[in-house]
Design a binder for this molecule. Structure first.
Ligand code: MG
Length: 340
C-alpha cells in the first residue's frame, strides 16, 4: 500500500488513487452504513421513506466547451448520481465558488444553462450559496451541486448486486465528453466535431427500470470511464465481467483522438452515459427502453457478468475483435485532471 503524504491530482481521478483516498481516509473518518456500498448516491431512511442523496463538485476547464458548459455538467452530474439509485430526483442545491474578476455575463450564461438543464430533467434548484475568493486564489468558477429524491418502494439497486449470468449494457457511445474537453485544451483543437455528451439521464433510467424491474444497478461512467465503473461493480459484487470490444459503441473521431493521444477510451470520462447491469432475461427489454430514449439511441449490450475465475477475484476482461483478451484496469494515476 502506497502511503500518501500530500494530495496529488490523481486523488481526484475517479480511479484507483481516489478510491484509496476515500477508503483509507474519508470512510475511516465518516464511516456510515449508508456510505459503505460505494454507490454514487447514499440511500437513507427519513420519515418512513427512503431518500437518495448525492453531492458533486465541478471544476472543469475550460468552463465552456462543445456541447455544454460547467453549468450543464453540474446539473447532469448530480441528477445522474441520484438517479442511479432508482430515485425520482426532485431537488438540487447549488454552491458557487467564484474568483474575483469573473465576468457576470458568463456567470449568467452558466446559471441559465443550469435552469434549462434542470427543467429538462424535471428537477428544481431550490437553494444555493455564493462565495468569492481573491483574484488568483481560484480559477474562474467552481460549482457544487447536491440532489435528493425519493426511492420508490421495492427499488433496491447497488453495484454489489451483480450476479453471474447478468448482462451489461451501455446507453451509447463512450469517451465523448473527455475527448471534447481535451480537444479544447492546450492547443489540441484537432477536432471541433466531438461534442460533450452531458445529459440528464433520470428519465432514461426510469424507462429502463420500468422495462427491466429486476435491474441490479446503474452507474454513470464519469471520471475513470467505463473501465473504472465495471471494476467497481466487479469488486463490490465479487464477480468477473467480460466485455466484447466490438460491441462497445465508439465514435470514429473519438477512437482516432484516443489513438493519437495515447488514451484508453475505456478510461475516458462520459457525462451522458449510463452502464446498466440486468438479469439476462430482461436484457432485451432494457435495451429497447434505452434505445427509445433520446439519449440512448446508440445503446448496446456489451458484455456479461461471470463467476470469478479464481476464488476472490474480481477481474474485468476485454475480448478484442482479434480473439485475444486483455485486462481492463481501473484508471491508475491521473489521465485528464479537471474533466468535470
Ligand atoms: Mg456517478
Amino acid at each position: 500500500m502506497i502511503k500518501d503524504t500530500e494530495v496529488r491530482l490523481g486523488h481526484g481521478s475517479g480511479g484507483a488513487m481516489m478510491k484509496r483516498l476515500i477508503d483509507t481516509l474519508f470512510l475511516e473518518e465518516f464511516a456510515d452504513e449508508a456510505a459503505l456500498p460505494g454507490d454514487d448516491a447514499a440511500v437513507v431512511p427519513l420519515g418512513g421513506e427512503r431518500v437518495a442523496v448525492s453531492t458533486d463538485s465541478f471544476v472543469v476547464t475550460p468552463a465552456f466547451f462543445p456541447g455544454g458548459n460547467i453549468g450543464r455538467v453540474a446539473v447532469c452530474g448530480t441528477v445522474n448520481d441520484v438517479a442511479t439509485s432508482g430515485a425520482r430526483v426532485a431537488y438540487l442545491t447549488c454552491g458557487f465558488i467564484l474568483e474575483e474578476g469573473y465576468p457576470i455575463d458568463k456567470l449568467r450564461e452558466i446559471a441559465r444553462t443550469m435552469a434549462q438543464t434542470a427543467a429538462e430533467a424535471g428537477v428544481k434548484i431550490v437553494t444555493g450559496d455564493t462565495k468569492v475568493v481573491e483574484r488568483g486564489k481560484a480559477d474562474g468558477v467552481f460549482i457544487n451541486t447536491a440532489g435528493v429524491g425519493l426511492v420508490p418502494v421495492n427499488v433496491d439497486l447497488s453495484g454489489a448486486h451483480c450476479r453471474p449470468g447478468d448482462v451489461v449494457l451501455v446507453s451509447g457511445t463512450i469517451g465523448d465528453h473527455g475527448i471534447a474537453i481535451v480537444s479544447q485544451r492546450e492547443g489540441l483543437a484537432f477536432s471541433t466535431t466531438i461534442q460533450s455528451d452531458a445529459a440528464p439521464l433520470n428519465h432514461l433510467i426510469a424507462d429502463v427500470l420500468a422495462a427491466a424491474p429486476n435491474t441490479r444497478c446503474f452507474r454513470d461512467p464519469t471520471r475513470g470511464g467505463v473501465a473504472s465503473t465495471l471494476n467497481e461493480f466487479a469488486e463490490a459484487s465479487g464477480v468477473d465481467i467480460v466485455v466484447r470490444e466490438q460491441d462497445v459503441p465508439v465514435r470514429d473521431e473519438v477512437r482516432g483522438a484516443c489513438d493519437m493521444l495515447g488514451y484508453d477510451v475505456f478510461q475516458v470520462a462520459n457525462e451522458g452515459k449510463i452502464i446498466a447491469v440486468v438479469p439476462a432475461g430482461e436484457a432485451a427489454d432494457a435495451l429497447r427502453a434505452m434505445r427509445s430514449n433520446r439519449y440512448g439511441a446508440d445503446a448496446a449490450i456489451i458484455g456479461e457478468v461471470t463467476e470469478p475465475a479464481t476464488p476472490g477475484s474480481h477481474t474485468v476482461r476485454l475480448q478484442t475483435p482479434f480473439g485475444s483478451t486483455r485486462i481492463l484496469d481501473m484508471l491508475v494515476g491521473e489521465q485528464l485532471p479537471r474533466i468535470c
